[in-house]
Design a protein around this ligand. Structure first.
Ligand SMILES: [Zn+2]
Length: 173
């Protein structure tokens, strides 16, 4: 378009066009071309401004994505570390349990496993201050007397929940 305007201007300046009507047409075209050029320049400017604002937004979003990604990476690392810790703890607890289970007589271990399966994972409970910690019920006087009379190696059972009762110094006997 700019070339066309220049060409028109050259033709006008050359003096080759002598007809007043042609001259008038040419001048009108030059004016119209100049106006269109101005309009197009405005559009280009607007597009450039929009492109700049889009680029800013892209940069902003890219930054947010990296920040979220960094947080996700950190959380994943923490989760992996916690998993590793739990695995190692589980291994150590399993080993400890094996050692303890190995020292328990077979028939008592069998009873314990049976009760554990029946009683939601707790087969034995501590007798604490005259109370069975398995079912939380306090033993009555008759039960307490039976416990008191029992030999230290007697396997005691809670009359209420049937779990194995474990005596300690804090049993309240
Ligand atoms: Zn009980």
């Amino acid at each position: 378009m700019r070339q066309r305007a220049t060409r028109d201007q050259q033709r006008l300046d050359s003096g080759a066009i002598t007809s007043p009507k042609d001259l008038e047409n040419l001048q009108r075209e030059i004016v119209s071309l100049a106006k269109r050029q101005g309009d197009l320049e405005d559009i280009v400017l607007e597009v450039m401004e929009r492109r700049e604002s889009v680029q800013e937004r892209v940069a902003e979003l890219t930054e947010r994505v990296s920040s979220v990604q960094a947080k996700a990476d950190a959380a994943t690392a923490r989760r992996d570390a916690a998993e590793q810790e739990l695995d190692s703890e589980a291994a150590s607890v399993t080993k400890e349990r094996e050692v303890v289970a190995g020292s328990v007589p077979a028939d008592l271990l069998k009873l314990y496993e049976k009760l554990r399966a029946q009683q939601g994972g707790v087969g034995a409970a501590r007798l604490f201050q005259r109370r069975c910690e398995g079912c939380q019920l306090e033993l009555n006087i008759t039960e307490l007397n039976e416990v008191r009379a029992a030999a230290p190696d007697t396997v005691l059972r809670c009359e209420n929940c049937r779990r194995i009762l474990v005596r300690t110094s804090e049993s309240g006997l």
